[in-house]
Design a protein. Structure first.
Lengths: 136, 205
């Protein structure tokens, strides 16, 4: 716990609908009631496929409660854009972190953990652990 | 010495080159990627030229830092953070100096290229923009023309390579036989240095 403040989650996909749908899925699977703050940053500002640094920065600001922000990404430019924003240092809230996790499974694990009051390290560990869940 | 105006001319000449070659870059990307490299780069460098006109940064380092930041926010594909990091790190390495020597630029661009390699996790021979940038940085202190030729040769040398990074790597063997679009655009950026150094300037983007 970090004095009742929850970790925020940002889901960055090349596609706006994918990011929105995974937010909805994670909220739905994170049991009833209220969840930790979570926001989608999908596609470009113009609504196309791609990555928008502006949408990512805006989503991170929206979910930031002072306990850190976990960013989960799909691939390619989503990964590189978040990495380069973190390297810059002032575009994302303090305590923002790129979390290495499978996008859908990691989003669910991260949101459940953040909603239960886990701190940023715990949220990151839960999301990354989702890689270990084998399907065959 | 290279002053702030030189760096503005460099960005203007790059914008003009990217605009002129956008269709070729997109065609190269259509073969092994997702056919948006030309339009993405054109959008990014058009935004760079616009903001440089508006804000008139005062030092060489500030020109490149501002340009890099705008590439990251406007390109929309992987080339945004890659080229953005390249210019921003190069700009930061130049510091606040009002003028820099070609040696200092070569060293700073070397730092920028290293940052790109770290961001993308790529090496020489992976069929990426690094294959044009690395040989160019090595000879940049000698002359911009040599750097331009080295970058072009490096870009052409990506044709027989197999892609190991990015979307093109999913194609495996089928990526062989095509020039890497990122290496092709990197050669335009390096070539624009020579244009910016010409007396007439390359500034009419």
């Amino acid at each position: 716990m970090s004095d009742g403040r929850q970790v925020g989650i940002v889901l960055v996909s090349h596609s706006g609908p994918v990011a929105e749908a995974v937010v909805e899925l994670a909220r739905g699977l994170a049991a009833g009631g209220s969840t930790a703050p979570v926001a989608a940053a999908g596609g470009t500002s113009a609504g196309g496929l791609g990555t928008s640094a502006e949408l990512i920065a805006e989503a991170a600001r929206t979910v930031d409660r002072g306990a850190g922000v976990a960013l989960l990404v799909d691939l390619g430019s989503a990964v590189l854009t978040v990495k380069s924003m973190l390297a810059e240092g002032d575009e994302l809230p303090e305590g923002s972190r790129l979390v290495d996790a499978p996008f859908v499974e990691g989003a669910v694990a991260a949101l459940v953990t953040a909603s239960a009051g886990g701190d940023l390290d715990t949220v990151e560990a839960a999301a990354t652990d989702a890689y270990g869940y084998r399907k065959t | 010495m290279l002053d702030t105006d030189f760096f503005r001319r460099w960005m203007a000449a790059t914008t003009a080159a990217v605009d002129r070659e956008a269709d070729r870059l997109t065609d190269l990307d259509a073969a092994i990627g997702d056919a948006d490299h030309g339009s993405n780069m054109r959008r990014g460098f058009t935004a760079v030229s616009d903001v440089l006109d508006k804000e008139a940064p005062a030092t060489p380092g500030a020109v490149l830092t501002l340009a890099g930041r705008h590439l990251i926010s406007t390109v929309g594909g992987a080339s945004g953070p890659l080229y953005g990091t390249l210019l921003r790190r190069t700009g930061k390495a130049l510091g606040d100096a009002p003028e820099v020597t070609p040696d200092q630029l070569a060293e700073a661009l070397g730092a920028g290229v290293a940052a790109v390699a770290q961001l993308g996790g790529a090496q020489a021979g992976d069929k990426t923009m690094l294959d044009a940038l690395l040989p160019a940085v090595e000879v940049l202190a000698s002359s911009f023309e040599e750097a331009r030729d080295a970058a072009l040769a490096g870009a052409l040398a990506t044709v027989p390579l197999r892609a190991r990074k990015g979307r093109a790597s999913y194609m495996g063997e089928r990526s062989i036989g095509h020039q890497d679009p990122g290496a092709a655009s990197a050669a335009l950026l390096v070539g624009a240095l020579a244009e910016a150094a010409e007396p007439s300037g390359g500034g009419d983007a």
